[in-house]
Ligand binder design. Structure first.
Ligand code: AHR
Length: 326
Protein backbone atom coordinates (compact mmCIF):
# COMPACT_ATOMS: atom_id res chain seq x y z
CA UNK A 1 0.00 0.00 0.00
CA UNK A 2 2.81 2.41 0.99
CA UNK A 3 4.69 1.57 -2.22
CA UNK A 4 1.52 2.27 -4.30
CA UNK A 5 1.02 5.68 -2.62
CA UNK A 6 4.64 6.67 -3.24
CA UNK A 7 4.38 5.68 -6.92
CA UNK A 8 1.21 7.79 -7.31
CA UNK A 9 2.91 10.78 -5.68
CA UNK A 10 5.92 10.42 -8.00
CA UNK A 11 3.68 10.29 -11.11
CA UNK A 12 1.95 13.49 -9.92
CA UNK A 13 5.28 15.22 -9.39
CA UNK A 14 6.51 14.28 -12.87
CA UNK A 15 3.30 15.63 -14.45
CA UNK A 16 3.69 18.99 -12.67
CA UNK A 17 7.33 19.43 -13.71
CA UNK A 18 6.49 18.60 -17.33
CA UNK A 19 3.88 21.40 -17.34
CA UNK A 20 6.31 23.91 -15.86
CA UNK A 21 8.47 23.89 -19.00
CA UNK A 22 5.66 24.44 -21.52
CA UNK A 23 4.85 28.13 -21.07
CA UNK A 24 1.67 27.33 -19.14
CA UNK A 25 -0.32 26.34 -22.22
CA UNK A 26 -2.41 23.83 -20.30
CA UNK A 27 -3.35 26.52 -17.78
CA UNK A 28 -4.99 28.32 -20.69
CA UNK A 29 -7.28 25.39 -21.20
CA UNK A 30 -5.99 24.44 -24.65
CA UNK A 31 -5.58 20.92 -23.34
CA UNK A 32 -2.49 20.71 -25.53
CA UNK A 33 1.10 20.37 -24.46
CA UNK A 34 3.43 19.23 -27.20
CA UNK A 35 6.37 21.18 -25.76
CA UNK A 36 6.42 23.62 -28.70
CA UNK A 37 7.17 27.28 -28.18
CA UNK A 38 3.91 29.21 -28.68
CA UNK A 39 4.19 32.57 -30.48
CA UNK A 40 1.21 34.93 -30.59
CA UNK A 41 1.53 37.22 -33.61
CA UNK A 42 -0.74 40.16 -34.39
CA UNK A 43 -0.47 41.27 -38.00
CA UNK A 44 -1.54 44.72 -39.29
CA UNK A 45 -3.85 43.31 -41.98
CA UNK A 46 -3.58 42.51 -45.67
CA UNK A 47 -3.38 46.02 -47.10
CA UNK A 48 -0.55 45.45 -49.58
CA UNK A 49 1.56 42.96 -51.51
CA UNK A 50 4.29 43.62 -48.96
CA UNK A 51 2.00 42.61 -46.10
CA UNK A 52 0.97 39.37 -47.84
CA UNK A 53 4.63 38.47 -48.40
CA UNK A 54 5.38 39.30 -44.74
CA UNK A 55 2.54 37.08 -43.50
CA UNK A 56 3.73 34.21 -45.72
CA UNK A 57 7.29 34.63 -44.46
CA UNK A 58 6.18 34.50 -40.81
CA UNK A 59 3.86 31.52 -41.26
CA UNK A 60 6.41 29.50 -43.24
CA UNK A 61 9.27 30.32 -40.86
CA UNK A 62 7.18 29.32 -37.81
CA UNK A 63 6.38 25.93 -39.38
CA UNK A 64 10.05 25.43 -40.34
CA UNK A 65 11.23 26.33 -36.83
CA UNK A 66 8.71 24.03 -35.11
CA UNK A 67 7.01 26.99 -33.44
CA UNK A 68 3.25 26.99 -32.81
CA UNK A 69 1.98 30.25 -34.31
CA UNK A 70 -1.20 31.87 -33.09
CA UNK A 71 -1.85 34.30 -35.94
CA UNK A 72 -4.30 37.18 -35.68
CA UNK A 73 -5.22 39.66 -38.45
CA UNK A 74 -6.12 43.14 -37.11
CA UNK A 75 -7.66 44.34 -40.40
CA UNK A 76 -5.86 47.66 -40.02
CA UNK A 77 -7.43 48.44 -36.64
CA UNK A 78 -5.42 49.22 -33.52
CA UNK A 79 -8.26 48.15 -31.20
CA UNK A 80 -8.22 44.70 -32.81
CA UNK A 81 -4.49 44.42 -32.23
CA UNK A 82 -4.87 45.37 -28.57
CA UNK A 83 -7.67 42.79 -28.26
CA UNK A 84 -5.45 40.13 -29.86
CA UNK A 85 -2.51 40.90 -27.57
CA UNK A 86 -4.77 40.74 -24.50
CA UNK A 87 -6.06 37.38 -25.70
CA UNK A 88 -2.46 36.11 -26.14
CA UNK A 89 -1.78 37.18 -22.55
CA UNK A 90 -4.87 35.29 -21.31
CA UNK A 91 -3.78 32.23 -23.28
CA UNK A 92 -0.34 32.49 -21.67
CA UNK A 93 1.59 32.19 -24.92
CA UNK A 94 5.37 32.03 -24.56
CA UNK A 95 6.21 35.08 -26.71
CA UNK A 96 4.15 37.87 -28.30
CA UNK A 97 5.17 39.61 -31.53
CA UNK A 98 3.31 42.28 -33.45
CA UNK A 99 3.62 44.83 -36.20
CA UNK A 100 1.86 47.93 -34.81
CA UNK A 101 -0.69 49.62 -37.09
CA UNK A 102 0.22 53.02 -35.61
CA UNK A 103 3.05 54.13 -33.32
CA UNK A 104 1.09 55.50 -30.32
CA UNK A 105 -1.15 54.01 -27.65
CA UNK A 106 0.58 50.75 -26.68
CA UNK A 107 1.91 51.39 -23.18
CA UNK A 108 -0.97 49.89 -21.23
CA UNK A 109 -1.21 46.57 -23.11
CA UNK A 110 2.57 46.21 -23.27
CA UNK A 111 2.71 46.74 -19.51
CA UNK A 112 0.14 43.96 -19.07
CA UNK A 113 2.31 41.60 -21.14
CA UNK A 114 5.38 42.55 -19.11
CA UNK A 115 3.52 42.02 -15.81
CA UNK A 116 2.43 38.59 -17.09
CA UNK A 117 6.10 37.78 -17.79
CA UNK A 118 5.57 37.39 -21.56
CA UNK A 119 8.38 38.86 -23.70
CA UNK A 120 7.28 41.07 -26.62
CA UNK A 121 9.05 41.52 -29.97
CA UNK A 122 8.20 44.38 -32.34
CA UNK A 123 8.46 43.46 -36.00
CA UNK A 124 8.42 45.74 -39.04
CA UNK A 125 7.05 48.85 -37.26
CA UNK A 126 8.03 50.69 -34.09
CA UNK A 127 5.99 52.08 -31.18
CA UNK A 128 6.66 55.45 -29.54
CA UNK A 129 6.64 54.13 -25.93
CA UNK A 130 9.30 55.86 -23.84
CA UNK A 131 9.74 52.80 -21.63
CA UNK A 132 11.97 50.57 -23.74
CA UNK A 133 11.72 47.74 -21.19
CA UNK A 134 8.19 47.05 -22.48
CA UNK A 135 9.62 45.09 -25.41
CA UNK A 136 12.76 43.02 -25.97
CA UNK A 137 13.71 44.12 -29.46
CA UNK A 138 12.53 45.78 -32.66
CA UNK A 139 13.24 43.92 -35.91
CA UNK A 140 12.64 45.85 -39.13
CA UNK A 141 13.69 48.42 -41.70
CA UNK A 142 15.03 51.93 -41.27
CA UNK A 143 12.07 53.81 -42.76
CA UNK A 144 13.74 57.22 -42.48
CA UNK A 145 16.64 55.90 -44.57
CA UNK A 146 14.15 54.59 -47.16
CA UNK A 147 12.66 58.09 -47.50
CA UNK A 148 16.14 59.58 -47.72
CA UNK A 149 17.11 57.15 -50.51
CA UNK A 150 14.00 58.17 -52.45
CA UNK A 151 14.78 61.89 -52.01
CA UNK A 152 18.48 61.49 -52.81
CA UNK A 153 17.66 59.78 -56.10
CA UNK A 154 15.34 62.62 -57.08
CA UNK A 155 17.92 65.25 -56.14
CA UNK A 156 20.52 63.43 -58.25
CA UNK A 157 18.17 63.34 -61.26
CA UNK A 158 17.79 67.11 -60.99
CA UNK A 159 21.42 67.97 -60.32
CA UNK A 160 22.39 71.33 -61.83
CA UNK A 161 18.77 72.19 -62.71
CA UNK A 162 16.84 75.10 -61.26
CA UNK A 163 13.49 74.58 -62.98
CA UNK A 164 10.61 73.88 -60.54
CA UNK A 165 9.91 70.22 -59.75
CA UNK A 166 6.41 69.68 -58.33
CA UNK A 167 6.17 66.53 -56.21
CA UNK A 168 2.97 64.78 -55.12
CA UNK A 169 3.39 62.52 -52.10
CA UNK A 170 1.08 59.61 -51.34
CA UNK A 171 1.55 58.86 -47.65
CA UNK A 172 0.94 55.54 -45.95
CA UNK A 173 -1.51 55.04 -43.08
CA UNK A 174 -1.76 58.17 -40.93
CA UNK A 175 0.20 57.69 -37.69
CA UNK A 176 2.05 54.56 -38.92
CA UNK A 177 5.82 54.49 -38.48
CA UNK A 178 6.63 53.97 -42.19
CA UNK A 179 4.38 56.90 -43.19
CA UNK A 180 5.92 59.26 -40.61
CA UNK A 181 9.50 58.20 -41.28
CA UNK A 182 9.38 57.96 -45.08
CA UNK A 183 7.94 61.48 -45.20
CA UNK A 184 10.64 62.73 -42.85
CA UNK A 185 13.55 61.12 -44.71
CA UNK A 186 12.35 62.40 -48.08
CA UNK A 187 11.81 65.96 -46.81
CA UNK A 188 15.31 65.99 -45.30
CA UNK A 189 16.88 64.78 -48.56
CA UNK A 190 15.26 67.41 -50.78
CA UNK A 191 15.39 70.36 -48.39
CA UNK A 192 18.57 71.90 -49.81
CA UNK A 193 16.91 72.12 -53.24
CA UNK A 194 14.34 74.92 -53.20
CA UNK A 195 13.18 74.08 -56.74
CA UNK A 196 11.95 70.63 -55.57
CA UNK A 197 8.66 71.16 -53.74
CA UNK A 198 6.06 68.78 -52.32
CA UNK A 199 2.92 70.48 -53.63
CA UNK A 200 0.43 67.89 -52.30
CA UNK A 201 0.77 65.22 -49.62
CA UNK A 202 -2.16 62.97 -48.85
CA UNK A 203 -2.69 59.53 -47.33
CA UNK A 204 -3.58 56.57 -49.53
CA UNK A 205 -3.52 54.21 -46.52
CA UNK A 206 -0.95 51.90 -48.17
CA UNK A 207 -3.63 50.36 -50.45
CA UNK A 208 -3.88 50.22 -54.23
CA UNK A 209 -7.55 51.25 -54.22
CA UNK A 210 -6.96 54.37 -52.11
CA UNK A 211 -3.81 55.22 -54.04
CA UNK A 212 -5.95 55.30 -57.16
CA UNK A 213 -8.83 57.41 -55.80
CA UNK A 214 -6.56 59.87 -54.01
CA UNK A 215 -4.47 60.31 -57.18
CA UNK A 216 -7.61 60.83 -59.30
CA UNK A 217 -8.54 63.77 -57.05
CA UNK A 218 -5.01 65.19 -57.06
CA UNK A 219 -4.78 64.98 -60.86
CA UNK A 220 -7.91 67.10 -61.11
CA UNK A 221 -6.84 69.72 -58.58
CA UNK A 222 -3.13 70.01 -59.39
CA UNK A 223 -2.28 71.39 -62.83
CA UNK A 224 1.44 70.56 -62.89
CA UNK A 225 2.74 67.30 -61.42
CA UNK A 226 6.32 66.30 -62.25
CA UNK A 227 6.94 63.57 -59.67
CA UNK A 228 4.90 61.12 -57.64
CA UNK A 229 6.52 59.80 -54.45
CA UNK A 230 4.37 56.96 -53.06
CA UNK A 231 5.22 55.44 -49.67
CA UNK A 232 4.61 51.95 -51.09
CA UNK A 233 4.33 50.10 -54.41
CA UNK A 234 0.62 49.41 -54.04
CA UNK A 235 -0.38 53.08 -53.78
CA UNK A 236 1.99 53.82 -56.68
CA UNK A 237 0.34 51.11 -58.78
CA UNK A 238 -3.13 52.47 -57.98
CA UNK A 239 -1.93 55.97 -58.90
CA UNK A 240 -0.55 54.63 -62.21
CA UNK A 241 -4.08 53.50 -63.14
CA UNK A 242 -5.37 57.01 -62.38
CA UNK A 243 -2.54 58.65 -64.35
CA UNK A 244 -3.19 56.44 -67.38
CA UNK A 245 -6.93 57.10 -67.18
CA UNK A 246 -6.12 60.83 -67.23
CA UNK A 247 -4.28 60.31 -70.53
CA UNK A 248 -0.75 60.71 -69.12
CA UNK A 249 2.21 58.34 -69.34
CA UNK A 250 3.46 57.10 -65.94
CA UNK A 251 7.25 57.04 -65.76
CA UNK A 252 7.50 59.62 -68.58
CA UNK A 253 5.03 62.50 -68.07
CA UNK A 254 5.23 61.90 -64.33
CA UNK A 255 8.35 60.43 -62.70
CA UNK A 256 7.35 57.80 -60.14
CA UNK A 257 9.27 56.74 -57.02
CA UNK A 258 7.91 54.07 -54.66
CA UNK A 259 9.02 51.93 -51.70
CA UNK A 260 8.86 48.12 -51.20
CA UNK A 261 10.01 46.37 -54.41
CA UNK A 262 7.34 43.65 -54.44
CA UNK A 263 6.91 41.74 -57.71
CA UNK A 264 4.11 43.96 -59.10
CA UNK A 265 6.12 47.07 -58.33
CA UNK A 266 9.28 45.61 -59.83
CA UNK A 267 7.35 44.60 -62.97
CA UNK A 268 6.05 48.16 -63.39
CA UNK A 269 9.61 49.42 -62.85
CA UNK A 270 11.01 47.05 -65.47
CA UNK A 271 8.18 48.15 -67.84
CA UNK A 272 9.17 51.80 -67.44
CA UNK A 273 6.03 52.88 -65.54
CA UNK A 274 7.94 53.43 -62.30
CA UNK A 275 11.36 55.11 -62.30
CA UNK A 276 12.93 54.11 -58.98
CA UNK A 277 12.07 51.80 -56.07
CA UNK A 278 13.57 51.72 -52.58
CA UNK A 279 13.45 48.20 -51.21
CA UNK A 280 11.73 47.33 -47.93
CA UNK A 281 12.11 43.64 -47.21
CA UNK A 282 9.07 41.73 -45.86
CA UNK A 283 11.05 38.52 -45.31
CA UNK A 284 11.30 38.89 -41.54
CA UNK A 285 10.02 35.41 -40.61
CA UNK A 286 13.27 33.46 -40.07
CA UNK A 287 14.87 36.24 -37.96
CA UNK A 288 11.67 36.61 -35.93
CA UNK A 289 11.57 32.89 -35.08
CA UNK A 290 15.21 32.97 -34.08
CA UNK A 291 14.56 35.94 -31.79
CA UNK A 292 11.45 34.31 -30.30
CA UNK A 293 13.53 31.27 -29.33
CA UNK A 294 16.23 33.45 -27.82
CA UNK A 295 13.97 35.68 -25.73
CA UNK A 296 12.01 32.64 -24.56
CA UNK A 297 15.29 31.08 -23.41
CA UNK A 298 16.05 34.29 -21.51
CA UNK A 299 18.96 35.25 -23.76
CA UNK A 300 19.79 38.93 -24.26
CA UNK A 301 19.16 40.16 -27.81
CA UNK A 302 20.12 43.39 -29.58
CA UNK A 303 17.45 46.05 -28.90
CA UNK A 304 17.35 47.08 -32.60
CA UNK A 305 17.84 44.70 -35.50
CA UNK A 306 17.95 46.32 -38.93
CA UNK A 307 16.88 44.67 -42.17
CA UNK A 308 19.30 44.73 -45.10
CA UNK A 309 17.90 46.54 -48.13
CA UNK A 310 18.83 48.01 -51.48
CA UNK A 311 17.37 50.23 -54.23
CA UNK A 312 16.37 49.48 -57.83
CA UNK A 313 16.57 51.41 -61.09
CA UNK A 314 14.67 50.18 -64.17
CA UNK A 315 17.69 48.26 -65.45
CA UNK A 316 18.34 46.67 -62.04
CA UNK A 317 14.68 45.62 -61.82
CA UNK A 318 14.90 43.81 -65.17
CA UNK A 319 17.91 41.86 -63.90
CA UNK A 320 16.40 41.08 -60.47
CA UNK A 321 12.85 40.16 -61.52
CA UNK A 322 13.42 36.53 -62.61
CA UNK A 323 14.65 35.63 -59.10
CA UNK A 324 12.25 37.82 -57.14
CA UNK A 325 10.52 35.64 -54.55
CA UNK A 326 7.59 37.92 -53.68
O1 AHR B 1 5.32 48.58 -42.60
C1 AHR B 1 5.73 48.25 -43.88
C2 AHR B 1 4.82 48.89 -44.88
O2 AHR B 1 3.49 48.50 -44.63
C3 AHR B 1 5.07 48.53 -46.32
O3 AHR B 1 5.94 49.38 -46.96
C4 AHR B 1 3.71 48.71 -46.90
O4 AHR B 1 3.55 48.19 -48.17
C5 AHR B 1 2.93 48.04 -45.84
O5 AHR B 1 1.61 48.04 -45.96
Amino acid sequence: MRVKMMAAALTGLLAVSALAGCGGKDDAGSGKDDGKLVLGFSQVGAESGWRTANTNSIQTAAADAGIELKFSDAQGKQEKQIEAIRSFITQKVDVIAFSPVVTSGWDSVLKDAKDAGIPVILTDRAVDSQDKSLYKTFLGSDFVKEGTEAGNWLVKQNEGKTTPVNVVELQGTVGAAPAIDRQKGFAEAIKANPNITVVKSQSGNFTRAEGKTVMEGILQSTPKIDVLYAHNDDMGLGAIEAIEAAGKKPGKDITIITVDAVKDGMTALADGKINFIVECSPLLGPQLMDLAKKVHAGETVEPRILTEETTFTQEQAKAALPDRKY
